[in-house]
Write a protein that binds this ligand. Structure first.
Ligand code: T6T
Length: 315
């Protein structure tokens, strides 16, 4: 009975960056290195990637850092290199610090595909599969401009200095809003991708700018933190909040009115397509150097017909 239980347990593969299948009879290994463990965006990406890897006959190994932090992700890249993975799907947590280790992977014969985020050097990976983040930032700006009737102060909450995805979102947002003379674009704030810090930043911004009209939160954690701060200050609905991503909490806040719009990504689609490119490269077949995946703005009115974009917490 004990042996049966152990066997059953070893067949269970969890999602969320902690899953690791055992050795699968000589199948080539595909490593998935997301930005952070157990976060609905990367969990959803892992679900898509894992399914595709299985369909294409690859052993799937997911290794995620506890925090979105290059210091914690670098040893996992090294682990994939030592394991002689056929391919690595990676969301680099830092535009600069991951360049050298990713080049090492490539030199050692491991095909590298960037998913979601990218490094500042080109030619380090075979393929880049990500949301069109600049376009997503523009869509967020157009949505927020409508909500604030085209005027007033707006604040952007970014994550960390070297996160390519949120930087691109801010760029698209700034492009649209700074072209509007009735909008005051406050200096953007970093939050360390931490909801508590995001909430503190918003609380302070509300004190300094009681007339704040709107907030663009560039990802999941910044949106969750901003919604909490607006709730604590009794300002929900009054200060308009547009966020990126669609975690269960973000969706709940959209429904209860703390958030007015979400720009949802398709993380499972990014994972699936990332694996397809990685496997093509590993099999010396042509791979696409770049795939941009559409994002979808969702409001309370459109949320029920767009529930397929909501992120998952397990596969
Ligand atoms: O927004 C996603 C991802 O696209 C970004 O690169 C980092 O933050 C998230 O994982 C959400 O927290």
């Amino acid at each position: 009975a004990v042996a049966a239980a152990v066997a059953a347990a070893s067949m269970l593969t969890a999602c969320g960056g902690g899953s690791e299948t055992g050795s699968e009879g000589g199948k080539p290994k595909l490593y998935f290195l997301p930005g952070v463990k157990a976060e609905p965006f990367y969990v959803s990406m892992e679900c898509g990637a894992k399914e595709e890897a299985a369909a294409l006959g690859y052993e799937f190994v997911a290794k995620a850092p506890d925090k979105f932090d290059a210091d914690l992700q670098l040893p996992l890249v090294e682990e994939a290199r030592k394991a002689k993975a056929a391919a690595v799907l990676i969301a680099p947590t830092d535009e600069r610090r991951l360049i050298a280790p990713m080049k090492d992977l490539d030199r050692n014969g491991t095909k590298v595909v960037e998913v979601d985020t990218t490094v500042l050097a080109s030619g380090v990976s075979t393929s880049r599969v990500a949301s069109d983040n600049v376009q997503g930032g523009r869509k967020a700006a157009e949505t927020l401009l409508q909500l604030v009737n085209g005027k007033g102060k707006v604040l952007v909450l970014d994550t960390t200095l070297d996160t390519s995805s949120t930087n691109a979102r801010e760029k698209g947002f700034a492009e649209v809003t700074t072209a509007n003379s009735k909008i005051t674009y406050l200096p953007k704030k970093y939050t360390d991708n931490d909801p508590t810090k995001a909430a503190q930043v918003v609380a302070q911004a509300l004190t300094e700018n009681p007339d704040l009209a709107g907030i663009f939160a560039t990802n999941l954690n910044t949106t969750e933190g901003a919604a909490n701060a607006l709730r604590a200050a009794g300002r929900t609905g009054q200060v308009k909040l547009v966020g990126f991503d669609a975690s269960p909490k973000q969706v709940e806040d959209l429904r209860n009115g703390a958030v007015q719009a979400l720009i949802a990504q398709d993380p499972a689609g990014i994972g699936r397509q990332g694996v397809q490119q990685a496997v093509a490269a590993a099999q010396k077949k042509p791979a696409k150097s770049e795939i941009k995946v559409e994002v979808v703005p969702i409001t309370r009115d459109s949320m029920d017909q767009n529930s397929r974009y909501f992120y998952r917490t397990s596969c």
